[in-house]
Design a protein around this ligand. Sequence first.
Ligand code: CDP
Length: 223
Amino acid sequence: MKIAIDGTAASGKGTLARRLANSLGYDYLDTGLLYRVVALQALKLGMTSFGDNIKEPTQNETIKRSTIIKLTTIALSLSLPILDSPELRSQKISSLAAAVASLPEIRQALIKKQRNFAHSPPSNSGAVLDGRDIGSVILPKADFKFFIDAKPEIRAKRRFAQLKDTKSNQTQETILKELNERDKTDSTRQFAPLKRLSDAIFIDSSSLNADEVLQIALNYING
Ligand code: CDP
């Protein structure tokens, strides 16, 4: 059993995916972490303005190629599971992750790992994957596809509450701006853009709590 969950930034797709996996006894893969880890490594290599530079047509083509090759090597060498950490959740890494995720070489390097996880999950039962291209590219034949969204202000409020625990000094306003920018980058990129598929079950979580979203998803799955 394979369940694909896609959606906008901070829409609650990760919360749903984790809870669904728990309640069904399946394994969960947060695919956003893969892009976040590559972004963190890019930052450690000093590629702070990577996101801007890569879109800059005048950038030296040789530098651009070597940057992409380094990041592709990093992506290929990642092994699962990836440990989550506050460092990976920072605003800087979120934006850099979206820049890295727009590169077809990086996406290609990560496809196999995600499919392998879904086809042979550690528990041998089922897998729930969440991201932006799970239903469209990674698991087009998933048993169930969900698309989660919520009003931007509500998503910003939720992310603000999440990040507050990690002593982040962001305001709700800066978070809202970052989420909107990232959604735009994710849905307008050329390769594997975020989109609501016609065969995905749509859930607007704006006025629902985590339990209610889980229940709606379970109702679909259990028929
Ligand atoms: O948790 P949140 O919704 O803020 O983001 P995430 O799922 O951790 O993903 C971070 C970024 O990685 C996204 O904004 C996308 O640019 C990228 N991503 C992607 O392109 N494809 C995926 N399957 C997962 C994430």
